[in-house]
Design a protein around this ligand. Structure first.
Ligand code: NAD
Ligand code: ISE
Length: 337
């Protein structure tokens, strides 16, 4: 039986998820949408037979026809919607970040722990990307020895007008942070941030940034964040182990050679680069939601990543290394997801 999904926030990724839920994946129907822009919500609903528009996210969550909810509105709005889904006992896929402060994330963790079983999945789609999965398989196999360093490059060609300086850390770097926690099965204990000369294309944004993350086990991670790099969406990752290295390959099915040069394609944006990852992520979510639950990155993962982004923001403001305090893991999240 199909999972009847309601989508809150139908901007760029909300529309992409509606497309995937209605035309790519099996086992789902989009029955309701909402957005603070009612015009946008209506135009998305018009393209999905049977979908209705709700005036608010809370109305959508309480619609009896909605079995499960996708939250794809702006980060600071996530907390209220996720808490309402937990209170209603409905599975919820929340785009990253789970929330933009660790206090907000902890309110979600506490509510879900009190509910007693998982309902929340966070949109850390890199965990489903075939290339990152292959990288993790090499690390887990021990083939390169104990990991010592991770180099992570996260470049966006441009960002929307509403994108703020804090978002380099709590909206963009949050992916790299979750990625290294998952890749190394370890927690980040401290963050430092370095600010080179600014990209003139980014206006007042602190762009680019270099974050250094210290892992509990002693590995170091450097993350380059660039959000106005112009040439494309470029994601790179390399793990340096004691006896070898493993890196994401430059993925290009075709390389063109002409006039004394060769060239391949750089993806235009995250939709193109992580197309397959989003599809796998959502198919797994639908499977869990059909059983009334959740799988993959948990509310705890959302909290742990945001605890690091909070430390990163403090490090950016103060220019000093900032420790990451993590609360004790509730039993509900005892086994790492
Ligand atoms: P967007 O601005 O294109 O879309 C957000 C939509 O939410 C807009 O239509 C806006 O009107 C609506 N909205 C804002 N506040 C709302 C509220 N309170 N209730 C209902 N609707 C509201 O932004 P986007 O790029 O689609 O990002 C949305 C979320 O998805 C963010 O959390 C972002 O971090 C995340 N995201 C994740 C990925 C990924 O790779 N996993 C990629 C892009 C965006
Ligand atoms: C966006 O919200 C995403 O999640 C993309 O994956 C990321 O690359 C981008 O920087 C974010 O703004």
């Amino acid at each position: 039986m199909a999972v009847n999904v309601g989508v809150i926030g139908v901007g760029m990724i909300g529309q992409d998820h509606v497309r995937r839920l209605t035309t790519v994946l099996s086992g789902s129907a989009v029955v309701a949408v909402t957005d603070v822009s009612t015009e946008r919500a209506q135009s998305v609903a018009d393209s999905v037979p049977g979908a209705r528009v709700h005036a608010t996210g809370q109305d959508l969550i309480h619609d009896n026809a909605v079995d499960a909810v996708v939250v794809a509105s702006w980060g600071p709005t996530h907390e209220d919607y996720v808490l309402a889904c937990i209170a209603a006992g409905k599975p919820v896929f929340c785009e990253k970040p789970l929330a933009t402060t660790q206090e907000a994330c902890l309110r979600i963790v506490d509510a879900e722990a009190a509910h007693g079983r998982r309902l929340v999945q966070v949109g850390f789609m890199r965990r489903y990307d075939p290339a990152y999965c292959a990288l993790k398989a090499v690390v887990d196999s021990g083939a390169i020895g104990t990991p010592l360093l991770v180099h992570s490059v996260h470049r966006n060609p441009s960002v929307p007008a509403h994108y703020t300086g804090d978002m380099l850390i709590n909206d963009t770097a949050v992916h790299d942070i979750d990625l290294v926690r998952w890749l190394l099965r370890d927690e980040v204990v401290a963050a430092s941030v370095l600010t080179p000369r600014r990209n003139s294309r980014g206006g007042a944004l602190p762009d680019p940034l270099l974050m250094i993350l210290e892992m509990a086990g002693g590995a170091l991670v450097d993350v380059e964040l660039s959000v106005n790099i112009a040439y494309g969406y470029d994601i790179r990752g390399e793990v340096v182990g004691e006896t070898g290295t493993a890196a994401l390959a430059e993925g290009n099915p075709v390389v063109v050679k002409r006039e004394g040069a060769f060239s391949g394609r750089v993806p235009g944006d995250w939709r193109e680069r992580f197309l397959r990852a989003y599809d796998i992520e959502f198919q797994e979510w639908l499977g869990a939601a059909a059983q009334g639950g959740a799988t993959g990155p948990s509310a705890w993962d959302g909290y742990a990543a945001t605890a690091v982004t909070d430390a990163g923001l403090a490090a950016l403001r103060t220019g000093t290394r900032t420790a990451v305090p993590l609360r004790e893991r509730p039993a509900l999240y005892a086994s790492p997801s």
